[in-house]
Design a protein around this ligand. Structure first.
Ligand code: FAD
Length: 347
């Protein structure tokens, strides 16, 4: 497979325009950590973003960093550490900023920190037909215009190539604690959710529950007391999450259901991590048949279970407002250059 390596936005624009002229299909690739997410499609070349990796601007006082989209998450982490800040996505160090945004990856701390798209203040995107557009602004309080920069979050590289982004970052928390409750059930996780105000994350696995606390010293002490009133922790691991039972499986699905349905949909599963209060769970599966069965249970509560590792694609979940998705694809990528068929609804 041919690979293309633009080292500037101008080169990126040029490569995408040429693909339009030559009627070639491109798959955008960052760190390759999530390329299985999306329907499998044939392309003519891979467009690698990893040479677009410059730091454009960083003002710690503004809590905004501007980077090219191919910058590795680990490199950004090091830059921000010097300012005592973080972009709290918790993705692997070799994933790219653009890949995290385009795959709409969820952090295990999503309960408190929200969705990754909300950290994107501004984006420069090269559309499928080779136009360079900019949306948003480098300020946190920005209310004008359409949020096109949020539209590319989760778009799996099917609308445009993210070239550069301005990200909202946050101060590193003063205090952090992870509490582990061995053999605790999803019911305990739910009690923790109800009792511990402002928890950063509550991950339930088949082996127990992990509670992540972050904030000011006093705040974390209060949360700790509230958690102990629910159950006595077994230990305090250094990392959160301290175990990932879904890792190492041939097929991993990212389940998304109403939070109250997590328990019912995960019934019988043996290798999951469920984000209580969020409704997202990573589920390790043996094969595609188990994926089909999980999807059927998810569909009963209007949920989805795209594969993030292994075969299976996004599944045949019916898309809300398919016409809108189709029109967006036509507007951004009229010639179908960016991996047509890869997105939701086969768009
Ligand atoms: C807490 C956490 C833990 C994770 N752990 C793992 C793990 O252990 N193993 C693992 O494999 N993954 C893991 N992931 C998922 C993975 O980190 C993310 O999905 C990842 O950030 C993808 O980045 P990437 O650069 O590897 O993108 P890629 O995998 O290269 O691409 C992902 C998607 O984004 C598109 N894309 C990439 N760059 C751009 C761009 N600039 N513009 C437009 N579209 C683009 C691609 O076309 C593709 O559809 C984890 C995620 C989180 C949040």
């Amino acid at each position: 497979m041919e690979t293309l390596h633009p080292a500037s936005t101008a080169e990126l624009v040029d490569l995408v325009r040429r693909a339009n002229e030559d009627d070639r299909r491109l798959l955008v690739v960052g760190g390759r950590r999530h390329v299985d997410r999306g329907n499998p499609v044939e392309v003519d070349a891979e467009l690698w973003t990893t040479q677009l990796d410059r730091l454009v601007a960083y003002e710690p006082a503004e809590m905004v960093v501007v980077v090219e989209a191919g910058m590795r998450v680990g490199d950004l982490e090091r830059v921000l550490l010097e300012g005592g800040q973080e972009w709290p996505v918790d993705a692997p160090a070799d994933a790219t900023v653009g890949g995290v945004i385009a795959s709409g990856a969820s952090s295990p701390r999503r309960l408190r920190l929200g969705a990754v798209r909300d950290s994107v203040l501004e984006a420069e995107v090269v559309t499928g037909d080779g136009r360079l557009i900019r949306s948003g602004a480098r300020t946190v309080k920005n209310v004008t215009g359409y949020d096109l920069h949020k539209l590319v979050a989760g778009s799996l590289g099917t609308l445009g190539v993210i070239a550069q982004v301005a990200l909202k970052v946050r101060p590193l928390p003063r205090a952090t604690r992870t509490l582990r409750f061995d053999r605790a059930s999803l019911d305990v996780a739910r009690s923790l959710l109800a009792s511990v105000a402002g928890a950063a994350g509550i991950l339930a696995t088949p082996d127990g529950v992990e509670l992540r606390l972050e904030g000011w010293d006093e705040e974390v002490e209060d949360q700790l007391a509230a958690a102990r009133a629910v159950a006595e922790p077994s230990d305090e691991p250094e990392t959160y999450p301290s175990s990932r039972p879904w890792d190492g499986h041939q097929v991993v699905a990212e389940l998304a259901v109403p939070p109250s349905s997590l328990g019912a949909v995960l019934e019988g599963e043996t290798a999951f991590g469920a984000l209580t209060g969020v409704g997202i769970a990573w589920v390790g599966l043996e094969d595609e048949a188990s994926l089909t069965s999980l999807r059927a249970r998810a569909a009963q509560v209007d949920g989805i279970a795209p594969a993030v590792r292994g075969p299976g694609g996004l599944g045949d979940t019916s898309l809300a407002a398919p016409d809108v998705h189709r029109r967006l694809k036509d507007a951004f990528d009229p010639n179908g250059v960016l991996a047509p068929g890869r997105g939701w609804g086969g768009i």
